[in-house]
Design a protein around this ligand. Structure first.
Ligand code: ADP
Ligand code: MG
Length: 229
C-alpha cells in the first residue's frame, strides 16, 4: 500500500479570529514498503506533528494524506480502523508503552485479545515475537521496572509487530537509550524491515541515526521540508 503526504500545512489555534501558530507549510513526502524516509530537524519544528498526521491521529490544516491514492479524510469508519492498525507509531520512551503494575505478558496478551487471536494461538504468537526481537521468554513474567530501556523498546516494537503493520512511524526511537543500546535497536529495526517489508518514517534529530537507517531524507526547518542528500 502506498502512503503519501501532499502539501501538508499545520497551524495550531487558528480559528475565526485568526492569529494561529504556524508550524509548517506545503510538506510532501512518500513512504514506501520496505524503505525508510528519514525526517530530521531541530526540536519544535513539527516532526512529531507530521508523524501524527501521517498515522491519521491528527488532521492537517491544509493538504492531505493519501492511501493508495484516496485521501484519509474520505475514509469510512471500518476502512479507517483498518488503516490505523496498518500504520503504527513507536515512541522515544518505552516505559510509557507498558502498564507499570502489570507483568509484560499481560501487556502482550492484551494486544492478542484485541486481535481475537484464539487462546491456544496466543502463546505461539508470543514466542515467535520474542524470537524476532531477541528476548528470552523469562521477560514475560517481569514487570516493566525490572527490564532495561533497551529490552522495553524491543518489547514495544514486538507488540507493534503483532499487529502486522505495513508502516511504522518511529519518533526518536533511540533517543532515550544508552549509545551502545541505540545501535542494537537500530539493527533490530533494520532486520525487521528486511524480513517483513515494513516502511518506516524515522524521526530523529540525530543525523548519524537517520543516515544509518534511511534511503531518502528530509530536513524540516523554518516551516519547510528540504530534501537532504
Ligand atoms: P518536534 O517533534 O519537531 O519537536 P512537534 O511536532 O512536537 O515538534 O511540535 C511543533 C510545534 O507545534 C511546537 O512548537 C509545539 O509547541 C506545537 N504544538 C504541538 N502540538 C500542539 C497542540 N496540540 N496545540 C498547540 N501547539 C502544539
Ligand atoms: Mg517530537
Amino acid at each position: 500500500m502506498s502512503l503519501k503526504a501532499e502539501n501538508l500545512s499545520k497551524t495550531y489555534g487558528s480559528g475565526l479570529l485568526g492569529g494561529g501558530k504556524f508550524i509548517f507549510r506545503d510538506v510532501s513526502f512518500e513512504l514506501e514498503p520496505g524503505k525508510t524516509f528519514g525526517l530530521m530537524g531541530p526540536s519544535g519544528e513539527g516532526k512529531s506533528t507530521l508523524g501524527r498526521i501521517i498515522t491519521g491521529l491528527e488532521r492537517p490544516t491544509d493538504g492531505a494524506v493519501f492511501l493508495n491514492g484516496s485521501p484519509l479524510s474520505g475514509m469510512k469508519k471500518a476502512e479507517y480502523a483498518a488503516f490505523r492498525r496498518r500504520v503504527q507509531m513507536m515512541f522515544q520512551d518505552p516505559t510509557d508503552a507498558f502498564n507499570p503494575r502489570k507483568r509484560i505478558e499481560y501487556s502482550v496478551f492484551e494486544v492478542l485479545k484485541l486481535l481475537d487471536t484464539p487462546g491456544t494461538e496466543r502463546i505461539r504468537c508470543t514466542k515467535e515475537m520474542l524470537k524476532t526481537i531477541g528476548l528470552p521468554e523469562e521477560v514475560l513474567a517481569r514487570y516493566p521496572a525490572q527490564l532495561s530501556g533497551g529490552q522495553l523498546q524491543r518489547l514495544a516494537l514486538g507488540r507493534i509487530l503483532l499487529l502486522e503493520p505495513e508502516y511504522i512511524v518511529l519518533d526518536e526511537p533511540t533517543s532515550a537509550l544508552d549509545v551502545s543500546v541505540q545501535a542494537q535497536i537500530l539493527h533490530l529495526l533494520k532486520k525487521v524491515q528486511v524480513e517483513q517489508g515494513i516502511g518506516y518514517l524515522l524521526i530523529s534529530h540525530d543525523e548519524a541515526v537517520v543516515r544509518f537507517m534511511s534511503g531518502k531524507m528530509g530536513m524540516l526547518e523554518n516551516g519547510k521540508l528540504e530534501v537532504v542528500n
